[in-house]
Each structure stands twice: as structure tokens, then as C-alpha cells.
Design a protein around this ligand. Structure first.
Ligand SMILES: C[S@@+](CC[C@H](N)C(=O)[O-])C[C@H]1O[C@@H](n2cnc3c(N)ncnc32)[C@H](O)[C@@H]1O
Length: 319
């Protein structure tokens, strides 16, 4: 049970699979914990609590609004902590190169409730707002740039690949046709164009008709897959022997990337499968904390519908 001061407030982002992350990371007093997706600090507060006043918390987030939550956490918890603002795909390799080592690292991917629920950030199809979607508002490229300047082919590709959108081609074509008259500025204009581009019955099935395109744009604008690609090897390198890495993903492309990397690390032998005994003698450097991904219980999804697509995987560096 968390001390009262560390309990998240109701209106904040609710940490997903919080107890499972806590068990997998098994943080002990005196350890160094890296929360590379600090957000509102929900997971960080729990992990900091487990340090029991001894050890270090390194928090990372590319969104400057994380600072307020970080200050709240440090004002309430006895923990030696610092916040590094930046893309974890850049910051983690820098930490690794500088010889920083950690015992527990968490990546809770995607967006936070504070980003989704602030309409002016432009992440949500549910409110009309400027078309933005940058987690780091100082970054050059926003959703507005992508929608107004990328080619029809590029748009169709990201809608299909990152959004698994069935009508990717039709939507991309409608966007390009509409922007010839007037560039897109607002989320509402994009939602209207998406709705008009898809067949009427599809507007009523499988969630909001703009959900998949908005997800695809967010992933493209924030270059989320490249960040993860850069972060994983650095996080693994930073782990001390016995150190644990946990990753929560919300999208099949992210989960596949994590699964494949973890599988390669935990399966030592590289001999062809038809060889009766191992001839390569290779030893695994990591052990899986989860054979299969851990997913939220029905009760958690009921309490927090945003947990629905979460998948947690973890590995431990062998001593
Ligand atoms: C799902 S939220 C994390 C919520 C957090 N675990 C909590 O309990 O409050 C993801 C957070 O990671 C940040 N983020 C996503 N991708 C990032 C990246 N490449 N580099 C740094 N921060 C990132 C987002 O800005 C967001 O605040």
C-alpha cells in the first residue's frame, strides 16, 4: 500500500498495470530507477515508494508539462530524483554512453491522459482544436504539417501501417482533395473529411471513425517507432546485472518490436532447429520476466478503459 502522499489524484493519468509493473521491477531500497515515460508520475510514485528513501529516480519525458507532476512528486516523496526533458530515444543512449547504470527501467509508451484530455494539444478527435499532436511542443513538425504536406501515398501508408485503417487510401485521397481548396487547421475539419471519405456503415462500427487515423498521425508526428528503436538497446545496456526492464505498449507494431528484441536476448542458442544438441555454446544474457505479455484484467479495463490494449513485457539481465 502506498503512503497517502504518493497516491495519484483522481483526475490524473491512471497508471496502467501498476501492480504488475511493481512486481516485475521489484525495486529495492538503494537502487537506481529510470522512468523513461514519467507522464503524471503515477508509476514513478509507486516505484519511488519502493525505494523507501534510499536510491535514485531518473525521470524522462519529452512533454514539458511533466515538470509540474515531477515537482509534485518530489515535494511529497523522500527521493533523490531528477527530470530530464527529451526524447527517450535520444536521452537513454546519452545516459548509457555516459556510463549511467540502472536497476529498474520502465517504458510506458504512448500518450498520457493529460495529453489526450487537453483539447488544445490536438490529440483528440472528440474535440475541435488546432491540429497539433506534438508531445514536445517545441518540435518542428505537427499533425498540421503532416496532413497538409505529405503526399497521398505517404498518408495512405501511415494510416494503414500505424492505424490499421481499412479505408487508408480513400481517406488519404479525400485529404489531398480537400487541402487543395484550403489547408487543414483543426481536428474537426479532419474528422469531417474522414467521415465523408468512408462508406456510411463504417462510420458506425468499431469505435470512432477517426480513431485509427488520429493514432497513425500521432505515431508519425512523434516518430514513436524510431524513438523506441533507439531506446531499447540503450535501456538494455544501462541495466546492471540483475537489473529489470519493463515495457508497456499499446500498439501491435510497438509490441512486436519489444517481443522480437526480448526474444533474441533471452534465446541464447543460435544453432539451426534441426541440430539435436547445441553446438554454438551461446548463453543468454537476459531472462524473460514474462513469457507471454501481461494484459490488464477485466476489472482494470472497466475502471480504466484506456488500459484496454496494454501489453506488458519484461526482461532481467542475468547476473
Ligand atoms: C502513457 S504516458 C506515461 C504515464 C506514466 N507512466 C504515469 O503513470 O503517469 C506516456 C508518457 O511518455 C511520454 N513519452 C512518450 N514518448 C516519449 C519519448 N519518445 N520520449 C520521452 N517521453 C515520451 C509522453 O509525453 C507521456 O507523458
Amino acid at each position: 500500500m502506498l503512503p497517502n502522499v504518493l497516491q495519484p489524484r483522481e483526475a490524473d493519468h491512471v497508471p496502467v498495470l501498476a501492480e504488475e509493473v511493481r512486481v516485475y521491477l521489484g525495486v529495492q531500497p538503494g537502487e537506481t530507477v529510470v522512468d523513461a515515460t514519467f507522464g503524471a508520475g503515477g508509476h514513478a510514485a509507486i516505484l519511488a515508494g519502493d525505494l523507501r528513501g534510499k536510491g535514485k529516480l531518473i525521470a524522462i519525458d519529452r512533454d514539458p508539462t511533466a515538470r509540474t507532476y515531477f515537482e509534485r512528486l518530489t515535494s511529497r516523496a523522500t527521493v533523490s530524483a531528477r527530470l530530464l526533458r527529451g526524447d527517450f530515444g535520444v536521452v537513454l543512449p546519452q545516459l548509457a554512453d555516459n556510463g549511467v547504470r540502472a536497476d529498474a527501467i520502465l517504458l510506458d509508451l504512448g500518450v498520457s491522459s493529460m495529453q489526450l484530455d487537453r483539447p488544445e494539444r490536438g490529440f483528440s478527435y472528440a474535440a475541435d482544436a488546432p491540429l497539433d499532436m506534438r508531445m514536445d511542443p517545441t518540435q518542428d513538425v505537427s499533425a498540421c504539417d503532416v496532413v497538409n504536406t505529405w503526399s497521398e501515398k505517404e498518408l495512405a501508408t501511415i494510416f494503414r501501417r500505424y492505424g490499421e485503417e481499412r479505408y487508408a487510401r480513400q481517406i488519404a485521397r479525400a485529404i489531398v482533395r480537400r487541402r487543395r481548396d484550403r489547408p487543414f487547421e483543426r481536428t474537426g475539419e479532419l474528422v469531417d473529411t474522414i467521415k465523408a471519405a468512408i462508406p456510411a456503415p463504417a462510420r458506425f462500427g468499431d469505435g470512432h471513425p477517426a480513431k485509427r487515423v488520429f493514432q497513425a498521425l500521432r505515431i508519425a508526428v512523434n516518430d514513436e517507432l524510431d524513438s523506441l528503436e533507439g531506446a531499447l538497446p540503450a535501456a538494455l545496456e544501462m541495466l546492471r546485472p540483475g537489473g529489470r526492464l519493463a515495457v508497456i505498449s499499446f500498439h501491435s507494431l510497438e509490441d512486436r518490436m519489444v517481443k522480437e528484441r526480448f526474444r533474441a536476448l533471452t534465446q541464447a542458442c543460435t544453432c539451426p532447429p534441426d541440430l539435436p544438441v547445441c553446438a554454438c555454446g551461446a548463453r543468454a544474457s537476459f531472462a524473460a520476466l514474462t513469457r507471454k505479455p501481461t494484459v490488464p484484467s477485466e476489472a482494470e479495463v472497466e475502471r480504466n478503459p484506456r488500459a484496454r490494449s496494454a501489453k506488458l513485457r519484461g526482461v532481467e539481465k542475468i547476473r
